[in-house]
Design a protein. Structure first.
Length: 296
């Protein structure tokens, strides 16, 4: 099980049953279904409040064989419904499983859910600025200029588990300050999840915890994960006392700059249609919610 799913299960698994189903060809794993089961309903490991979209792990070349085996197996186990949550259009569910299930007589329900936004990164920072619309490019440069005129600026990244453990309280503070709903979201259980997640992602060399400081005071932070040449913006926060200096936005822009300099090919803003994502060049990826009622 990937470490981020293991962390979620340890913190939020509760009374659900864990079902990680693997299909093998000789000694090779050819498909994985990371599921939890509640009664007759199965869903992906991971909650919608902390996981924007999930999927099965399977090669397109053997997807039909894998999903037919999976549907046979879970039906034998007494599972009558798959609640698969938000999905990308290129997911294995939407590109293979939904059609296979319908052909077997199952009822597939697909409803629009939300959007995710992502950005193809160019080779250089100047090329990125050139990609932005004229007004937005001017705004980014103006915000940088105002910020550097106002204070001494430091932008740094935390990558080790040991340092992240020391710095997470600062991240939590900025996260909670930035919006009332984030304060409500960040329960003690959620803090425990974030701490374990940061540890796991740091151990996997994926953690990028960015801090923007003005006159040595942390004023904004972004928690990102670097995976498969893509930097994923997972969560962020800022001190509203410095809202006029756009510190939250600039922290994200600097994380884009860092991703470009590190050779990443894509920046994923993840779920949500916040205006700043479009202004920074994000392109919509529609997400659909999928439920499959298995044929009796």
């Amino acid at each position: 099980m990937p470490e981020w799913l293991r962390v979620w299960w340890q913190v939020f698994g509760g009374e659900s049953q864990l079902r990680i189903l693997c299909a093998r060809h000789q000694e090779d794993v050819i498909g994985i279904a990371p599921l939890t089961v509640n009664g007759q309903r199965a869903s992906f490991i991971g909650g919608a409040d902390v996981c924007d979209y999930l999927d099965f792990i399977v090669s397109p070349a053997i997807a039909a064989e894998f999903f037919n085996l999976l549907l046979d197996h879970i039906k034998q186990q007494g599972i009558s419904e798959l609640d698969l949550g938000p999905l990308r259009p290129d997911s294995a569910v939407l590109s293979s499983l939904a059609r296979i299930a319908e052909n077997r007589g199952s009822k597939v329900s697909l409803t629009p859910h939300d959007v995710s936004l992502e950005l193809e990164l160019p080779a250089t920072w100047e090329d990125y600025l050139g990609m932005l619309k004229g007004k937005q490019r001017h705004e980014v440069k103006r915000k940088f200029r105002r910020l550097y005129e106002a204070a001494d600026i430091n932008f740094r990244v935390v990558e080790s588990a040991e340092q992240a453990a020391r710095e997470l309280d600062t991240f939590f503070k900025l996260f909670k300050l930035s919006a009332t709903e984030k304060d409500d979201f960040l329960t003690e259980q959620m803090k425990s999840y974030f701490r374990s997640l940061a540890q796991a992602m740091a151990d996997a060399r994926m953690l990028k915890l960015f801090f923007l400081e003005l006159n040595a005071e942390p004023v904004a932070a972004s928690m990102c994960f670097d995976f498969n040449s893509t930097l994923h913006l997972y969560n962020s926060g800022f001190d509203p006392r410095f809202r006029s200096l756009s510190v939250g936005l600039i922290c994200k822009v600097l994380s884009i700059k860092d991703a470009i300099e590190k050779g990443c090919k894509k920046y994923n803003f993840l779920k949500g249609a916040e205006t700043y994502k479009y202004r920074l060049g994000g392109i919509e990826v529609p997400l659909s919610y999928c439920k499959i009622k298995l044929k009796d």
